[in-house]
Design a binder for this molecule. Structure first.
Ligand code: DSN
Length: 422
């Protein structure tokens, strides 16, 4: 983490790195899909493993010199299997999107029907959105949330599946604050003869820490990113209880959709997976959920409407329309006082996606920094106060000072100190 070479050879990029560290240190990160990895994860990423080509899999590579990277990949696969109770894992996907594309290639033919959660209701673009490869090459249909409860209605999912007869059903979301009933999804998939894929990207860390039910016993195949609640490097992975599906998936990743795997990222995934096996990670995962509940309660008490009425996981989706503000306005307002978050459509949002009526708030990163429930609750109150008094510069200044005090209490990467090269 000492960037003295970079400062010498490329001061512009060194300055960007320094600036990003300062930015992350200077704001409370509430983007639900982000986290702060350990320095060990970052050390594994910034390593000589970035130099190595290793197309293929451990023991069956198309390049020589793969002894060490084989060990890294084997460790990552074994740890992923152990952590999630799976029979097989693939840690090569470069991202969550690519992890998903490989499922379609492994299990479907172009034109087959897939059924995922609609993007407008909290699903992900790689689950069949028209502008994504998943929607261009497959015939995608969608389920959503119930108009009243704003939760997934499993009877409605079943009716849609019976009517559409998809070859693959996808469970998993980007902006859904409730527990997903994987057993019910599996029953429906079995009834209609579909595969069940679960994309657990958002909740993987909660699953690992026992703070959300695991999809692995129910799904034919489970994909994830490694950088959200799981707190690893940016990347994707797949786990399954079915070795035959795993064999098809391996071919779909390489040579199907990717060439050389990113061995430095795979080593970093192994580090993160080991971290997620430690008892402290269980506490961390449960604390994320407790913090989110505390923050959400304060938001609701302050008069904001929570989509679905609350949260069971690491995120809440806030309907800002009662306060007469938009998602983009609140995103910018919060950034001004030291909180990073993202605007997000709410179900049946009348506003365009670059404006939105909602904001998505997640507690994975702030929990990594050591925030507890009382502080999460206060953060919820601060957000309400900032929205209510958005025209009052002196209130906003006071709130900024309070956020600064919280940040000082929970420093980020204190080990890096203030060394100019850090
Ligand atoms: N972009 C991620 C998120 O923010 O939820 C999903 O890929």
């Amino acid at each position: 983490m000492n960037h003295q070479n970079l400062y010498r050879t490329d001061p512009e990029i060194a300055g960007v790195l320094r600036g990003e560290l300062t930015r992350q240190r200077g704001c409370i990160e509430l983007i639900a899909s982000e986290n702060h990895t350990s320095l060990s994860v970052m050390e594994a990423m910034g390593s000589t493993l970035t130099n190595k080509y290793a197309e293929g899999y451990p023991g069956k590579r198309y390049y020589g010199g793969c002894q060490k990277v084989d060990m890294a990949e084997e460790l990552a696969r074994t740890r992923a299997c152990k952590l999630f109770g799976a029979a097989a894992a693939n840690v090569q996907p470069h991202s969550g999107c690519q992890a998903n594309q490989a499922v379609y290639q492994a299990l479907l033919n172009p034109g087959d029907k897939i059924m995922g959660m609609s993007l407008a209701d909290g699903g992900h673009l790689s689950h069949g959105a028209a502008f994504n490869a998943s929607g261009k090459f497959y015939d995608s249909v969608f389920y959503g949330v119930d108009a009243k409860t704003e939760r997934i209605d499993m009877d409605a999912v079943r009716d849609r599946a019976l009517a559409e007869k998809p070859a693959l059903i996808i469970a998993g979301a980007s902006a859904y604050p409730r527990i997903i009933d994987f057993a019910a999804f599996a029953d429906i998939a079995h009834e209609v003869g579909a595969y069940l894929m679960v994309d657990m990207a958002h909740i993987a860390g909660l699953v690992a820490g026992g703070a959300h039910p695991s999809p692995v016993p129910y799904a034919d195949i489970v994909t994830s990113t490694s950088h959200k609640t799981l707190r690893g490097p940016r990347g994707g992975l797949m786990v399954t209880k079915d070795p035959e599906i795993a064999a098809k998936y391996d071919k779909a990743i390489f040579p199907g959709t990717q060439g050389g795997p990113l061995m430095h990222v795979i080593a970093a995934k192994a580090v993160a997976l080991r971290e997620a096996m430690q008892p402290e990670f269980k506490e961390y995962a449960h604390q994320i959920v407790k913090n989110c509940a505390a923050m959400a309660q304060a938001l609701a008490e302050g008069g904001l409407r929570l989509v679905s009425g609350g949260t069971d996981n690491h995120l809440c989706l806030v309907d800002l329309s009662p306060a007469g503000v938009t998602g983009i306005e609140v995103e910018q307002l919060l950034e001004g006082i030291g909180i990073t978050a993202n605007k997000n459509a709410i179900p049946n949002d009348p506003l365009p996606t670059n404006v939105t009526s909602g904001i998505r708030l997640g507690t994975a990163a702030m929990t990594t920094r050591g925030f507890d429930e009382a502080e999460a609750r206060r953060l919820g109150q601060i957000i309400v106060e900032a929205i209510d008094k958005r025209e009052d510069g002196s209130v906003l200044r006071d709130l900024t000072t309070e956020i600064d005090e919280m940040l000082v209490k929970h420093p980020l990467y204190p080990e890096l100190g203030t060394h100019p090269y850090s």
